[in-house]
Design a protein around this ligand. Structure first.
Ligand code: NAG
Ligand code: NAG
Ligand code: NAG
Ligand code: NAG
Ligand code: NAG
Ligand code: NAG
Length: 490
């Protein structure tokens, strides 16, 4: 009898354990392009209190990786695009990269590095084919270096943007674009050999932003008045259609069963039309439920796709060239406060519902804000001062329809945004006498006036690089804008 009980207990344990496997299909993208980003130890705490078990970062920042040692979090580190050339042309560079950025952390009780992302959306149109010929050899050299170092559990992937696929209206017609196929084909051979998935970033939000006629209900998961009928298959949501388009293209390239991974998926909350807390909360919840329920897609029913939310935190120092929504992709604000209720366990039958938990003690600087001094009577130069502040900080919340667009004037928000970005330097709250420091938080409802986090010293110096994520389709950059941004970020 005792034996039977023990056996039943074991079976139940195994069932719980297999539910855990489903939990781990959800990960987050952790980017840190912010003024005084939340320190790594606080980010790790935030992930832990919310049961997040996978994190993808955009570089190989020592402090970020090291902070995840012993945390139980599975990590994807990345070699940024600006390293692809050297990694492609020099196998020793790949060996050194793996040694410093992977091997170093794989000690007992160290960091659970599972993936190395080689580049980030290297074939994005905005990059002008700059990385076309170096991405595959860089992938090959990194995977070889991983193999030679004996890290059989670590696999190299490429986070692709969705426009590596042809613009087929029907998923069944989807193929890799002919200009990329000679490079992608040998990558698929590597993924097939190592068992790595084909990773792609998907953004129905950007489809809606670029084309307001895109039916909103087709981006969501509650049925649509505009389904995509493809032969006998009726697609009710953009995500399934995109996934099946990729699966079709993989099949046409000879790998019909290759696993797919969603490297980035999300919905922003501010700065542009349709970027609202309400829509984002709904999208994220329904998308998570859909992916975790295991319904799969019409071409792959009853399957799970590993997916990484974009993103964990807002990043107010990101380039807004792709759109003014770029700094507001976080599920949490920059300080670890959730934007909307979200059950990360939804769709999982064996786990209790939960809701996002806030970081208890975000490391804020003193409660000081910089606002318009109403005593200033001559308003002659006010507009120029507001403009000065906004050009040097983040004012996307003031855009029409955004969270602070209801303010009767922009000056207080703009001045405060600049003042916080200057670590509350007294001299950064003058603006020709227009501004003054106050200690009461001027935030109103969803319009949050930022309060800077305490700057943290880094143990290694990381150069700031321009990162354009989100499957920015067919985006072309004016060279002058790019150089302006570099100046800003530098
Ligand atoms: C490790 O990664 C960092 C961040 O990308 C990079 O700066 C550094 O050069 C890499 N190390 C080697 C030996 O390539
Ligand atoms: C892209 O290529 C065009 C023409 O080859 C060139 O004029 C432009 O400066 C390039 N842009 C970038 C961002 O490299
Ligand atoms: C990539 O290689 C092809 C074929 O060798 C060549 O035509 C093309 O110019 C190369 N592109 C770049 C950006 O180096
Ligand atoms: C690799 O591809 C072959 C041929 O398509 C397939 O039979 C095999 O299952 C694939 N391997 C993996 C690990 O997916
Ligand atoms: C406006 O700014 C200019 C240049 O910064 C300055 O010379 C001028 O005195 C200002 N005007 C007023 C009314 O403050
Ligand atoms: C505030 O800034 C936004 C965004 O630049 C602009 O659209 C709006 O007109 C400004 N409002 C006022 C009162 O200046």
């Amino acid at each position: 009898m005792a034996r039977v009980v023990a056996l039943v207990a074991l079976v139940i344990l195994l069932m719980v354990a297999s539910a855990e496997i489903h939990v781990s299909a959800l990960g987050v993208n952790w980017g840190n392009h912010a003024f005084n980003p939340l320190p790594p130890k606080d980010v790790v705490k935030l992930m832990q209190i919310n049961g997040i078990k996978k994190a993808k970062i955009f570089d190989a920042d020592y402090d970020m990786i090291r902070s995840m040692a012993g945390s139980g979090i599975e990590v994807m580190v990345a070699a940024p695009n600006n390293m692809l050339y050297s990694l492609a042309n020099d196998p020793n560079a790949a060996t050194a990269w793996v040694k410093q950025n992977v091997t170093q952390f794989l000690f007992q009780g160290g960091v659970d590095i599972k993936w190395v992302a080689v580049g980030n959306e290297p074939f994005l149109t905005a990059y002008n084919n700059s990385y076309l010929n170096t991405t595959y050899p860089a992938l090959r050299n990194i995977q070889t270096a991983l193999d030679q170092a004996g890290h059989s559990e670590v696999r190299a992937i490429i986070p692709f943007n969705a426009d590596v696929l042809t613009d087929s209206p029907k998923p069944s017609g989807s193929r890799f674009k002919p200009e990329y196929i000679s490079q992608i084909q040998p990558m698929l051979e590597i993924f097939n050999r190592t068992g790595a998935p084909f990773s792609v970033n998907l953004y129905p939000y950007i489809s809606k932003y670029q084309n307001p006629d895109f039916p909103l209900d087709y981006a969501f998961f509650s049925g649509t008045t505009s389904p995509n009928v493809d032969g006998t298959i009726v697609y009710q949501n953009a995500l399934d259609a995109s996934l099946d388009g990729l699966i079709t293209a993989l099949g046409a390239a000879g790998y019909p069963n290759m696993a797919v991974m969603l490297g980035e998926i999300g919905w922003p909350t501010d700065g542009a039309p349709f970027a609202t807390v309400e829509l984002a909360g709904r999208y994220m919840q329904d998308m998570i439920t859909h992916l975790q329920s295991g319904v799969g897609t019409p071409l792959r029913p009853n399957s799970f796709t590993e997916f990484y939310l974009f993103g964990l935190l807002d990043e107010n120092w990101k380039s807004i060239l792709p759109g003014p929504f770029e700094r507001s992709w976080g599920v949490f604000y920059y300080d670890g406060i959730p934007k909307y209720p979200l059950n990360l366990n939804s769709g999982l039958t064996n786990l209790a519902a939960t809701t996002l938990k806030a970081l208890d003690y975000p490391p804020y600087m003193k409660a000081q804000f910089c606002v318009l001094n109403d005593a200033a009577v001559d308003k002659t130069n006010l507009t120029q001062n507001v403009q000065y502040a906004c050009e040097r900080s983040d004012c996307t919340a003031l855009n029409p329809g955004s969270t602070c667009s209801m303010l009767t004037e922009n000056a207080s928000y703009a001045f405060n945004s600049y003042y916080q970005s200057q670590n509350q330097d007294m001299n950064a709250c003058d603006f020709q006498g227009f501004a003054k420091v106050v200690t009461t938080n001027p935030s109103q409802g969803l319009c949050r006036f930022p309060l800077s986090l305490v700057p943290t010293a880094k143990s290694t110096s990381g150069a700031s690089t321009l990162r354009l994520d989100s499957g920015v389709l067919a985006l072309t950059l004016a060279a002058s804008l790019v150089s302006a941004l570099w100046t800003m970020a530098g």
